[in-house]
Design a protein around this ligand. Sequence first.
Ligand SMILES: Nc1ncnc2c1ncn2[C@@H]1O[C@H](COP(=O)(O)OP(=O)(O)OP(=O)(O)O)[C@@H](O)[C@H]1O
Ligand SMILES: [Mg+2]
Length: 371
Amino acid sequence: MNPFYYGQIVKDENFCRRPELVDNLGGNIKRGQNVYIQGERRTGKSSLIFETIRKLKKIRLIYVDLLEVKSSDDFLKRVVMAVVSMEKSARFFEQIFQKLAHIRPIASVDPLTGLPTLTIDAAVELKPDSIPGVLDLVSSYHSKAKPLVVVFDEFQDVLNLKDARQTLALLRSKVQFQSDIAYVFAGSIRNKMDSIFNDPDSAFFKAAIPIQVGSLKNETFQKFIIGKFETGKRRIKPETLDSIFDICFQIPGDIQQLCGALWDTTSSGKGISEEQLPSALELIFSHELKGYETILNVISRQQLKLLTALARMGGKAPMSSEFLKNSGITQASSVRRALGRLVDLRIIFYYENEYRFINPFFRAWLLNKKL
Ligand SMILES: Nc1ncnc2c1ncn2[C@@H]1O[C@H](COP(=O)(O)OP(=O)(O)OP(=O)(O)O)[C@@H](O)[C@H]1O
Ligand SMILES: [Mg+2]
């Protein structure tokens, strides 16, 4: 079976150790210190949170995924459902049913598990002023014997709410008084997380300490991957691993995706070298082609010119005369405009003084197609 996992949280033997981060996050959680976790997409933020909490044992987790949260009603219902799914016992269920009476919960039985479950009447629209009540409910599950950690993942999406400011202010005013409870806020869109935690005008200014999640240590992650290939009697050459890491800009999720494709396009007992990379990439391209074509449909010729130039030359100095000469774009101002548009479209992003592709395989495809 293919041992490479991507696009999902990885645990146990599929989690490559990152002890410094686990210790750092774990220590803060134990002290009830609020933290915010920042890192690019697919670097392993969510996996780190779950792994850390698994190691802490005894801790109770309320995990709220805010990806594409639409309204404060949606926000609150997600928090309530996260509380509901914390425990499955009948006693807990009865208790929570009473505590939530004011928002008209509906009791039912989960057809899959046969366990009691609870939903909230869609006709009841929760407003931000329910936030204090819902956070009181959350804190009622905290005790010394079983401390609570509350995780808001993809927290930056709160900014999409119409009443984002009010939501953040109410949230903050509750969180700051629940000083024993560790709140963990994770997010991947740097400028948005920055505007929540580092902007003096934001309610969350300095409300939590930052933890950065970057790439895994190369050596440790390479050993981990070699070990996974060995489970299928495949031996991968070190320089091929280096190429994989380069193609993927060291992003753990993308590295696992490419290794997974290599696994699928090779067989047991075979060595893996550079020669096997093109067919693995082709496999990924075939899965992702629709997405690439959608991008080509929404960008202009000029933007495509810029993208292919970025693919070829990297994004360190797209305004330099050399870059302009090679890209065939005459004006630096056109490059600036096109960069802005491509960032807005979430095709590229700016990180550590460089424009990068959000999806490294799209870059590889552009290079391959020589568009
Ligand atoms: N510690 C790890 N060991 C092995 N693979 C990892 C590790 N962390 C992340 N990955 C790889 O990255 C993928 C994404 O992990 P995860 O969902 O935890 O990242 P994330 O930063 O939360 O991503 P997103 O920004 O999309 O929410 C995993 O499916 C796995 O392929
Ligand atoms: Mg995540």
